[in-house]
Every structure is written in structure tokens, then in C-alpha cells.
Write a protein of this length. Structure first.
Length: 316
């Protein structure tokens, strides 16, 4: 391998942005607020991924680049931003383009600091580890007994997982962070140095281009392009601009509550309530527990467990 090759590009974010922009043409005033909010979010994420691609293209490190994969294997799914394949190692990157600054505490929890507010965010290492586990299980299943033993023993020697923070103005405070977390987080301006360092210290025998391409093709067999779905909150009720702004604020507050509660209970966020239920909460704004029970997904158990806190957020 003697050059940098973009071997696959899924263009998921670009497709989502184009799809949402096409929806703007016939959207109501309420729908436009949600559409434009999502477009801004996806455009910001796309900028981060494009910055990584720029750095890779100018790294002078021969590699195959797989961008924007939707991996499905058995019952597992993972949206992987980048898989970078040199002739020695494979790097799995989780791209994060976050506003503000970042704190990683002694327990490995992530907090974003923005406009003098500190809030917990979903741990990107958890997401990265899920990507790594899927790849490991797939490779494990492709081997016989000896190969399975080697996969368990040597997987992390070949496969390197990394969270890349693409906001070049971000300050990262990770002095108290565990080393195993700190070593998996890098700002974009240090990404190429990280790869060069790993390549230099690797004692793995280099693969040929044909071997690398063969593995890339096997990984791409697991790739299922994302189906774009319409997730817009719609309603027949007339809204003014103030109402629309309040809906966005309410949606964000409910999402923050869901995340914090999931961290507290060690659940997946959608176990608290999923996005469909979130949208219904924003649209119908239940006033009491009887109204909350009419929301899709809210059984008596969930109402008793989360009802008071959710109703407090909505009524405030």
C-alpha cells in the first residue's frame, strides 16, 4: 500500500441533510423549526467528519479509509464514523464535534462546559467499545479454535479504538481521568501523531494491499446503508413562534432528564422512554398522571417511577 484511498463513503449525514432540506419545501411553520434545528445539528456533525477526512488525506500515511458505516451483525448494530486500515493496524474512530469544553472526571464520566453550564453527556467511550465488540465478535466467528484464541489474545494489538474531538477550540480537562479512558480520547490536531506513533511501535508484520482490501471487503459485507426516516413532530394545532421555541426547550429538557436518569439507573436511555414517546410528550404535554398514562409507552409502572419528575419538567 503506497497511497491514501477512500475505499468507501456512506455519506449518511449528507443524505440526511439533503432529505431534510427537501422536506422544507412543503413544511408547515412548526415543522420548519424542527427541520432547521436538525439540519443545523447534522451540518455541524458533518463538518467534524470532513475535518478528519482532510487530516487523513494530508497525513502521508498509506491507508484505506472506510467512512460512515452502518454495521449489522447478529443482533448488533453500530454506526461507525471511520475505519482506517494501514498495512499494520486498524483504527476505529468515533467522531465528536462538541460545542464548548470537555471535562473527564476520575470515574471516566464526560461533562461538557458551555456558556458557564456544566452538563453530563453520553460517554463516547461506551459507544466506541460497542463498535469494537462487534468487530471482535465478527472476527472471532470467522476463525477456527486457534484463530479464536488468537483473536481473544491479540485483538487490541491490531484494532485501536479512538474518540476524536474535532472542535479545534475545545479545551480538554482530563488530568483526573483514568489512563485507559485518557488514552482513547484525542483532539483532531493530534490524530495523525497518534497514528504515526502506533505504526512506529507496532511489531505486526505488514499486510499486502490485497490482504488489506480483502479484509475491507469482508467488513463492507456487514454494512447496511441507513434508511432515512421522517422523525418530525407534526400536529394539527396552530402554534406561534413562542410556542415553537418552548417546544424545543421542552424537548431538550426531557432529553437531558432521560440521559441523567439512564446514567443513574445504568439503563439504556430508550428504556426510560424512546424518541417516539419523547415527541408525543412534547406534542401533548400531559398535565397529570392520568394524562401521562395516555402517552404511548407509559404503563402504570413507568408513570409511578418517572411520572412526578416528567410532569414537573412539563408543567414548569
Amino acid at each position: 500500500m503506497q497511497e491514501i484511498v477512500i475505499y468507501y463513503d456512506g455519506k449518511t449525514l449528507e443524505n440526511k441533510i439533503n432529505y431534510l432540506k427537501s422536506k422544507l419545501i412543503k413544511a408547515t411553520s412548526e415543522e420548519k423549526v424542527y427541520l432547521e434545528s436538525d439540519i443545523r445539528k447534522y451540518e455541524y456533525g458533518l463538518k467534524g467528519e470532513q475535518r478528519i477526512l482532510y487530516e487523513l488525506k494530508h497525513s502521508h500515511i498509506p491507508m484505506l479509509v472506510l467512512h460512515d458505516l452502518n454495521i449489522c451483525y447478529k443482533d448488533y448494530k453500530a454506526q461507525i464514523d471511520y475505519i482506517i486500515m494501514t498495512n499494520k493496524n486498524i483504527y476505529i474512530l468515533e467522531c465528536k464535534n462538541l460545542y464548548g469544553n470537555l471535562i473527564i472526571d476520575e470515574s471516566g464520566n464526560f461533562y461538557r462546559v458551555f456558556n458557564n453550564n456544566t452538563e453530563a453527556i453520553y460517554n463516547p467511550i461506551t459507544q466506541l467499545n460497542r463498535h469494537m465488540d462487534i468487530m471482535k465478535e465478527y472476527i472471532y466467528d470467522q476463525n477456527g479454535i486457534i484463530g479464536k484464541l488468537l483473536t481473544n489474545y491479540a485483538f487490541e494489538k491490531y484494532y485501536k479504538g479512538l474518540v476524536v474531538l474535532t472542535n479545534d477550540r475545545m479545551i480538554i480537562k482530563d488530568k483526573e481521568a483514568p489512563k485507559k479512558v485518557k488514552d482513547k480520547v484525542v483532539r483532531l490536531d493530534k490524530l495523525i501523531d497518534y497514528i504515526k506513533k502506533e505504526e512506529k511501535k507496532s511489531h505486526v508484520l505488514p499486510d499486502t494491499l490485497e490482504e488489506t482490501e480483502s479484509l475491507a471487503d469482508k467488513i463492507l459485507k456487514l454494512n447496511v446503508p441507513n434508511e432515512i426516516k421522517d422523525e418530525i413532530v407534526t400536529t394539527d394545532v396552530e402554534y406561534n413562534e413562542e410556542d415553537l421555541n418552548l417546544n424545543i426547550i421542552l424537548k431538550n429538557k426531557l432529553k437531558k432528564y432521560r440521559f441523567k436518569k439512564s446514567q443513574e439507573l445504568k439503563y439504556k436511555p430508550y428504556f426510560i422512554f424512546n424518541d417516539k414517546t419523547l415527541n408525543e410528550l412534547v406534542k401533548k404535554k400531559p398535565f397529570n398522571k392520568e394524562e401521562l398514562k395516555k402517552i404511548t409507552g407509559f404503563s402504570d409502572i413507568k408513570v409511578n417511577k418517572y411520572g412526578n419528575e416528567i410532569l414537573k419538567i412539563i408543567n414548569n
